[in-house]
Design a binder for this molecule. Structure first.
Ligand code: GLY
Length: 359
């Protein structure tokens, strides 16, 4: 996004682009297809966080082969869960303060309005697949910790060590910085590769939402959560209404970023509700961020949710898709991208933003 735009300009531009891209999509998709066949083809879209370009490609491939939209988005995020180089999700995710990787994930399926989730699960690379089994094979919505692991093992999942050498090294460096009143010598941060310096405190995640040609909506969110968290900490990703929400009559929304700020506002539910009131996906994401930004001002200073000028000190992103196939995303601070596949091609797009980051 060009930095000369104000937020208001952006909202207008985004809305216009959404309409234009829909029109363009319609022309492109239907070109050369006999009229009767064209009439039976619905809109297909997949939207994901900025780390989800491979996820949207995979999910769209499945949708184009008449696959189920929930299977499609799960297969998409599995690529990132399996990737040791994405240190915010699945295998290779950054561990908790004790050096153990604990994962959270949720899925939601619009046509049946059902969901499944696991939280603080250890040693299972693909928590999104276990979340789907919670939805399909139990009458529960959320399994946590040991119970979630037992359930996964009962279904044939194999225990794996999820802590890569790179994640372990980042954890050790973090541990060494904690105190000068222990027996760990100070971390030599400046001697670390730049990449590890950046890893000192992170919260990453992947969200992926889709609509298929029959108008079926589905979504998944999966994460290793906040790095160095207290053992047992559960973020927004496995909480339906926070990290993910789908209403098949309206749309779907998901989130990445600081989970605590999201949970307190039930924010993905809020995004979908705003779309239900007639807002575009992008407007709904921005309006939700506005509410979160306002509520953060009430927080006690000890939570450190505000920066020196009284604005949110944390990052939070929302991704949204409505029943018509219109999509959008917004972030608390400018500079994030999101991934989208519109049925013809995948690309990374700039998120709208509530506050402009310093250049
Ligand atoms: N959004 C990821 C987390 O805070 O756990």
């Amino acid at each position: 996004m060009s930095q000369k735009y104000s937020r208001r300009d952006f909202i207008k531009t985004g809305a216009a682009m959404g309409t234009a891209s829909l029109m363009g999509q319609g022309r492109g998709l239907l070109a050369g297809i006999p009229r009767a066949a064209a009439a039976s083809i619905g809109i297909m879209r997949v939207v994901s966080s900025g780390n989800g370009i491979r996820a949207v490609d995979k999910a769209m491939e499945i949708l184009k082969n008449n696959g189920d939209p929930l299977d499609a988005v799960i297969a998409g995020v599995n690529i990132v869960e399996d990737d040791p180089n994405d240190m915010s999700v699945g295998y290779g995710g950054l561990p908790n303060e004790e050096g153990e990787v604990e994962l959270d994930a949720s899925v939601m399926y619009g046509p049946t309005h059902t969901s499944g989730a696991v939280a603080a699960i250890k040693n299972i690379k693909n928590p999104s697949k276990v979340a789907k089994l919670v939805m399909d094979r139990t009458n529960h919505c959320l399994l946590v910790g040991k119970g979630a692991l037992k359930f996964a093992l009962a279904h044939g999942f194999k225990k794996e060590n999820l802590l890569t050498d790179k994640a372990r090294e980042a954890w050790l460096r973090w541990k060494e910085t904690l105190s000068d009143r222990d027996n760990w010598l100070p971390a030599q941060i400046k001697k670390l590769p730049e990449e590890l310096q950046l890893l000192m405190m992170t919260h990453g995640t992947i969200n992926c939402i889709a609509i298929d040609a029959q108008g079926r909506l589905a979504g998944v969110t999966t994460t290793s959560g906040l790095s160095w968290k207290l053992p047992g900490r559960v973020g927004d990703s496995p909480i339906i209404g926070a990290g993910l929400y789908v209403d098949n009559n309206i749309g779907a929304a998901g989130s990445t970023g600081l989970g605590e700020a999201n949970i307190r506002t039930c924010a993905s539910f809020q995004v979908v509700n705003f779309m239900g009131q007639g807002m575009s996906p992008e407007q709904a994401c921005l309006k939700t961020l506005e509410k979160i930004s306002e509520k953060a001002k009430l927080s006690p200073p000890s939570l450190k949710l505000l920066n020196a000028v009284g604005l949110p000190s944390f990052g939070l992103n929302f991704y949204a898709l409505n029943k018509k196939g219109e999509f959008g995303a917004a972030c608390m601070w400018s500079g994030s991208k999101y991934a989208v596949h519109d049925g013809q091609k995948s690309e990374l797009k700039e998120c709208a933003f509530l506050h402009k980051s310093k250049a």
